[in-house]
Design a protein around this ligand. Sequence first.
Ligand code: HEM
Length: 159
Amino acid sequence: MTDQNKTIPTLYEWAGGMPAFEELTTAFYTKVLTDELLEPVFKHMSTEHQRHVAHFIAEVFGGPAMYSTEEGSHFKMIQKHLSKHLTEKHRQRWAALLLETADEINLPDDPEFRSAFVAYIEWGTRIAVLNSNIESTEMNPDEPMPKWGWGVPGGPYIP
Ligand code: HEM
């Protein structure tokens, strides 16, 4: 195959597809519920929460439009965070536990993938905290889902 014929995998494909995202959030929210800082925030979460978050992130990373067509939308995701009064401490713990879980379930650990993954988690969690400290949003309900790519280092990793 020549270089011209090679297609660049999406972050979703590189991560291992939907099973990888579902495994990530299942293991992550199990951990969250044993965490003294995050347990109070998530103890009333819906039984679908972890699957929905998996589908949301998978879609952002180039996977199928499952969250936005069947389960919610970018606007609905933003609404779920309104008035939750999250703090920087919540955000840091959430991000740290997610990265810990990524290692535990063996998500790809190459520099290119992790750079894109961490960048998205930093971005997304900071937006969640900002939205959690307002009561309503002016966002257009049709706002498209964010789309994340390989970013500055490019990708995929080539040994
Ligand atoms: C990249 C960052 C994040 C993403 C992609 C994300 C994604 C989502 C999604 C998709 C939902 C809606 C789930 C559904 O439709 O059932 C949701 C709800 C929620 N999120 Fe986030 N979230 C992020 C960060 C955070 C952080 C940092 C916190 C708190 C530390 C948080 C707390 C919550 C809570 C409490 C809900 C409502 C759960 C419920 O009542 O069912 N999120 N999030």
